[in-house]
Design a protein around this ligand. Sequence first.
Ligand SMILES: Cc1cc2nc3c(=O)[nH]c(=O)nc-3n(C[C@H](O)[C@H](O)[C@H](O)COP(=O)(O)OP(=O)(O)OC[C@H]3O[C@@H](n4cnc5c(N)ncnc54)[C@H](O)[C@@H]3O)c2cc1C
Length: 506
Amino acid sequence: MNQSVPFEDVDPLALDPALGEALSREGAEWAVERVREAGVVALSAEAQAHGRRAERNEPRLLTHDRFGERIDQVELDPSWYWLLDGAVARGIHALPWSDPQPGAHVARAALELMWTQANAGVMCPISMTYSAVPALRVDPAIAAEWEPRLAAGALSGMAMTEKQGGSDVRANITRAEPVGDGWFELHGHKWFCSYPPCTIFLVLAQAPAGLSCFVVERGAGMEFQRLKDKLGTRSLPSSEVEFHGAAARLLGEEGRGVATIIEMVTHTRLDCVIGSAASMRRGVSEAIWHARHRSAFGALLVDQPAMVNVLADLALESEAATATALRLARAYDSGDTAFRRFATAIAKYWICKRATPHAAEALECLGGNGYVEESPMPRLLRDAPLNGIWEGSGNVIALDVLRALAREPDGLSAFRAECELARGGNAVLDDHLDALPVELSPWNARRAVEELALAFQASLLVRYAPSYVSDAFCHARLGGGGRVFGTLPSGVDGTAIVTRALRGDS
Ligand SMILES: Cc1cc2nc3c(=O)[nH]c(=O)nc-3n(C[C@H](O)[C@H](O)[C@H](O)COP(=O)(O)OP(=O)(O)OC[C@H]3O[C@@H](n4cnc5c(N)ncnc54)[C@H](O)[C@@H]3O)c2cc1C
């Protein structure tokens, strides 16, 4: 009695008007049916079962065969391949490169939003493969060789992080010794290298002229030592790897490794935003779904004001994240480089930071049922912090914004101009825009980035969402709302927000 039913076999696009509107607005209306199909499959009972199974049957590293020869293979559950192949079949690893029509990055973002809800772990190699292409294009010959193979389903990983420094890649000590014709041999160790089965890896190493970027094909001279025992994304093998003379091809200019790999980094950061938006979308969907099926003290939870406040607050955060992710993706379609670099860092910092408290609060909406492993909520919570760490942890991103302000002032101007488009639409936002920080220091970097991120999110909602959504967001996030979810001020139409967040009486 009084138990909910699984949130499965639904059409998540039909349930999410904010996503549908953003798809059309940002130039990917043509992809609506593709996104719908991906969502229906990702949220099917079958895909959810694969997601659970891939997570339970964890990958196993097989370093040697029975004769003692190195094989460096990873044994993965068939469900992992079902999920991975599903992402590749839908082009999430390559769509904007293989079919570069207007709106392709936006369409891909929406597809990723859907497929992440089947399993976040598989999205790591998918995302790395998508992000590798802009870096590979630094060398047209290498791009010509690898782009078609990646589009056809070969996967690319990356190996930058070393024991002594992940954020500070200039501290890398892996050596690259020249052997002629743009080829090098790598010697050293990488402390994190996700998805060993990738066909190629982008690797940073010290060449005679300094830190450089290389393309390494998996094979001789690349030995995987062990898999990480991680908090989350347990379906995904993340490894430690040694290089013993692995053949590596220089990508870009020797000594300019960071400049070469930066486009990969920016695209991966976009994916961190999309992945966190997907996490929030799943969290708020599960929470509202549960509240519509569960009663306490004589009434459905969804009809009780204290719960409506929590659900509406989670919904505001999720809608703001979705709108930001798709607007950002459009900047990759339009080639608006100054805006996209700056806005991606801002959004990466804030949306990834919000994902973990969001997942925790959504889990609590399910009560004890949210805490048990048969429910998707523990996995959502375990997976949530990863995007915040990966490709720039909080401080690193905030300090990056600081550097960008000094070196690329066009980025801030373009970002502010975007936020200003909403001026006049909400008085609280107008005051916030007037008070935006103009100077950042390392001490106040996080706070300043937070204010900029909120201005961006609020401006999108003021321009495009119903006023009951944008007014609530501005009052709660810019006007001194509470500190945890569920503290929206009086006067907010929580029921309207919740109804919009999971449309229909499902
Ligand atoms: C699941 C998973 C998969 C991964 N996969 C890969 C992979 O495939 N390839 C790869 O190369 N890496 C991978 N990583 C590594 C990841 O990119 C790094 O962990 C990340 O970049 C942080 O580096 P670090 O761990 O060395 O931490 P550090 O750089 O030591 O940072 C530790 C803390 O210090 C803070 N900090 C750093 N510098 C400053 C500063 N100047 N001022 C103030 N605070 C600062 C950071 O924000 C962070 O909170 C993976 C990590 C995880 C968790």
